[in-house]
Design a protein around this ligand. Structure first.
Ligand code: G3I
Length: 347
């Protein structure tokens, strides 16, 4: 009798465990083949080299790549006048071998600067020379291999004012215009972007960015597009706010790049050992809406959509916010999630 009880207890225990979220059926189609615009993903080259599941997803489903960290100033220019091209050159080789577009991220930012740059001492002319040298050396090195650049990243505050960065402090607001001019001089063929977050959630920020760069563009400054990072949530911003932002940008004459798309399902950082199925379903509908909305803008303005990570296990959100979250298209086992299958089966 006791064995039957034990067996029954075991069966009850197993059936009470949290059900693993069923990954959607294996699919043979490739995501990038479902859309006419570049479908990108941010990559970490070491994962690309050593993680077969990661590499397989990048190989199969994406035709555009952004480097998550290795093309930022601290990685490329660790010591004044000394550049470390190795990791980025490997990524260039991968993209050229696999016929994928490479988007450069990012030339000028207030974060991930090497110590020497962050604490640079010198006259206005010295700062100008250092600033121009970084941009010119980097863009020249990748000329013809990097199709586009986030020339300046996150230079505006959410209220629409210019962020007080070391660049603005030492070079004045004209650093923005100069960055684009220097990048264009180094590679006239590269498409040049301004990239920022909250471009959807903060309409006053979006209006300020579009006004600022429309004026520069009218003065002949080579600025081609706006990168809308799109680090969003299942619950906000609204679908109409997302569509409105895209429309505002293309109607202002700028290419639209949804440059860092991820959709958090746990913004409050609750304990969430496994993702709730209803949240995964909402996330799937959200990703589909974003892709379908992007398809509706004029093709001439569709620079692309870049997902900010391969699998949930790789997402910056988990370690940056130290919380459980499941923001991407593939799960921790690199299996397609409902959002991926929704895109593949509906686009
Ligand atoms: O490489 C070092 C490693 O040597 C060290 O042992 C480790 C522990 O400190 O840190 C590693 O550097 C980390 C780096 O990612 C590479 O993994 C940094 O700490 C970490 O802060 C950095 O995070 C990146 C973050 O930008 C920095 O702000 C994320 O991976 C990256 O996804 C994120 O991307 C940014 C975009 O560039 C701009 N838009 C916002 C987006 C999210 O913050």
């Amino acid at each position: 009798m006791k064995y039957q009880t034990a067996a029954l207890f075991f069966l009850v225990l197993v059936s009470c465990q949290t059900p693993s979220i069923p990954s959607c059926p294996q699919v043979s189609e490739h995501l990038a083949d479902q859309v006419s615009f570049p479908c990108g993903v941010v990559v970490d080259p070491s994962s690309l080299e050593f993680n077969q599941a990661y590499a397989g997803i990048v190989d199969d489903h994406f035709n555009s790549v952004t480097a998550e960290n290795i093309m930022k100033p601290d990685a490329l220019h660790p010591v004044e006048g000394v550049f470390d091209w190795a990791a980025a050159d490997q990524l260039v080789d991968y993209c050229q071998r696999s016929g994928k577009r490479l988007h450069g991220h990012t030339l000028i930012w207030h974060q991930q600067l090497p110590f020497w740059m962050q604490h640079y001492q010198g006259s206005r002319e010295d700062w100008e020379r250092m600033f121009k040298d970084h941009i010119t050396q980097v863009v020249s090195h990748f000329k013809g291999k990097v199709a586009s650049w986030d020339v300046v990243n996150e230079a505006f505050n959410d209220d629409g004012s210019l962020r007080n960065t070391i660049w603005k402090e030492h070079l004045g607001p004209s650093y923005l215009e100069k960055a684009f001019r220097y990048a264009h001089e180094a590679d006239p063929e590269a498409k040049l972007f301004y990239n920022d977050y909250s471009v959807v959630l903060a309409p006053q920020k979006r209006a300020a960015i579009l006004a600022y760069f429309s004026q520069l563009k009218a003065q002949g400054v080579p600025i081609h597009g706006i990168g809308v990072q799109m680090h969003i949530y299942n619950g906000f911003p609204t679908d109409s706010e997302i569509s409105q932002a895209m429309d505002d940008i293309w109607r202002a004459g700028f290419l639209v790049h949804l440059s860092e798309l991820d959709i958090s399902i746990n913004p409050l950082g609750q304990a969430m050992p496994t993702p709730p199925e209803d949240e995964l379903a909402r996330q799937a509908n959200r990703y589909l809406y974003i892709f379908q909305s992007f398809k509706r803008i004029p093709e001439a303005y569709q620079f692309g959509i870049t997902i900010w990570g391969v699998s949930d296990a790789d997402s910056w959100i988990r370690y940056f916010f130290n919380r459980d979250d499941y923001p991407l298209l593939f799960d921790d086992q690199y299996q397609p999630k409902p959002a991926f299958c929704k895109l593949i089966s509906t686009l």
